[in-house]
Write a protein that binds this ligand. Structure first.
Ligand code: AMP
Ligand code: ZN
Length: 467
């Protein structure tokens, strides 16, 4: 497999530290609010990459942190008249609800920064002891000039970075590029006891520390949105490698932004759509399809039309699934013929194409094209005369290729949303009660929503009028 490494600016052959295993750390959300679909893209992309490694037989240790202490958390706690801890608890719960609904697999570990304060203090202490960090009035700064490789991820030297970056001039820092790894307590802020007085960790140090404590000094993959490459990841590398003297991460992966009118979707620009709001209107398959229809290193200019077109595309694939599932109810032959065997075998060319594309730095866009080519072929060649084994083989293949993308796992048979299911149940009750008028009314209501019911000896069957 080839992955694009931001560190070397090249696609490289992926070589894990331990054969068959992947240690992966992804920078997670700051939990002061609901996440938006821009954040969602980053989570979906790395969930897909993790799933694909698993599909290829790797065992993945996947860590994604929650930043639960920083300025935004403190501000939100003050606004809501509550504690930083409660803000964190609340939005971590909301994160799981939305992430689960987006079919994002749960991480192996989701560490919270505030649960690692002791380890963070040890980390900072280690850097001070080694002369890579210094204290000023209860703040501790990392000395970027001391770390010879500073700038290697961004591919710039320290002078270029200095002139390009908007850096706050702080008289107390030895160098403008130095950054805080421990911050002295300000009035009203939550704080922990440390050798430098009461204070709290800086943002960059938490990821270095949690990655080290959970995954070890060197990991395979470190990832996040492209805005994190500088300074967040650059600073993580500096801190971690200064402390351990070892390579921090072998591969650095960055996913591109979701934009709106060519501007980054962000909470501060107020141009965002929360994942929660998107999920109210669109299925997870549709949102994932949209996010994966572009290569992860390509920016995506978001619009509602794009979601609508993703919806139409997903429906096309589900139509095939629907047809195959219905054929299974009606098939006349069970056993596969030799000719069918050959045909099923021939469909492997789409799987090979899919794997070739995904192996090439996770080209989900082309992998999706391979799925469309597969369903086109199946639509033409599988019908009521096909055997049960062939139909099942086709369905399994579609689902197999959908799984790493976190899509196409649903059955159209249970695809009624809850409200419609409730109406179907109510109608059954009405029939039991011999309330024919009500039963007919529910049937007509469903029909007006495009759902047709059929009473069969096996029970109620339903389908959409246009399918
Ligand atoms: P945050 O909660 O702001 O710390 O962001 C969580 C993750 O979402 C980080 O990996 C960010 O890089 C990523 N992210 C933030 N905004 C966007 C965006 N508009 N498009 C894609 N990823 C984003
Ligand atoms: Zn991070």
């Amino acid at each position: 497999m080839k992955v694009y490494n931001t560190l070397t600016k090249k696609k490289e052959e992926f070589k894990p530290l331990v054969a068959g295993k992947v240690k992966m750390y992804v920078c997670g959300p700051t939990v002061y609010n609901f996440f938006h679909i821009g954040n969602g893209r980053t989570f979906i992309v790395f969930d897909t990459i993790r799933r694909y490694f698993e599909y290829r037989g790797y065992e993945v240790e996947f860590v994604q942190n929650f930043t639960d202490i920083d300025d935004k958390m403190i501000k939100r706690a003050n606004e809501e008249n509550t504690t930083v801890k409660e803000v964190g608890d609340k939005y971590i719960k909301e994160y799981y609800e939305d992430a689960d609904n987006l079919n994002i697999e749960r991480a192996t570990v989701n560490p919270r920064a505030t649960e690692y304060i002791t380890q963070i203090i040890d980390f900072v202490k280690g850097l001070v002891d080694k002369g890579f960090a210094y204290e000023v009035d209860g703040d501790v700064y990392f000395s970027t000039k001391k770390f010879g490789d500073y700038g290697k991820l961004s591919g710039q030297n320290i002078e270029d970075l200095q002139s390009g970056a908007r850096i706050s001039i702080d008289e107390r820092k030895k160098d403008p590029m130095d950054f805080a790894i421990w911050k002295a307590q300000k009035p009203g802020e939550p704080a922990w006891k440390s050798p430098w007085g009461m204070g709290r960790p800086g943002w960059h140090i938490e990821c270095s520390c949690m990655a080290k404590n959970i995954l070890g000094d060197t990991i395979d993959i470190h990832a996040g949105g492209s805005d994190l490459a500088f300074p967040h990841h650059e600073n993580e590398i500096a801190q971690s490698e200064a402390l351990t003297g070892k390579t921090f991460a072998n591969y650095w992966l960055h996913s591109a932004f979701v934009n709106v009118n060519n501007q980054k979707m962000s909470k501060s620009l107020n141009n965002f759509l929360t994942a929660r709001a998107a999920l109210e209107k669109f299925d997870a398959d549709v949102i994932r399809f949209l996010m994966l229809s572009a290569h992860y290193r390509q920016q995506l200019n978001f619009s509602e039309e794009l979601l609508l077109s993703a919806k139409a595309s997903v429906e096309r694939i589900y139509n095939t699934i629907y047809n195959l599932e219905n054929l299974l109810d009606e098939v006349r032959t069970t056993h596969i013929t030799d000719e069918e065997k050959k045909y099923l075998q021939s469909l492997n060319k789409y799987k090979e194409k899919y794997i070739e594309k995904m192996d090439d730095d996770f080209n989900t866009a082309d992998a999706i094209t391979a799925i469309f080519d597969l369903i086109k072929d199946v639509n033409i060649n599988v019908n009521i005369d096909s055997s049960k084994e062939l139909i099942t083989g086709c369905l399994n293949l579609i689902r197999e290729l959908g799984k790493p993308l976190g899509m196409l796992q649903k059955s159209t048979k249970v695809n009624l949303d809850d409200e419609i299911q409730k109406l179907v149940n109510e109608r059954q009750q009405a029939r039991k009660d011999k309330n024919w008028a009500l039963a007919d009314k529910i049937r007509d209501d469903l029909k007006s929503r495009g759902i047709v019911l059929e009473d069969t000896p096996q029970g109620i069957r339903w389908h959409k009028i246009d399918e």
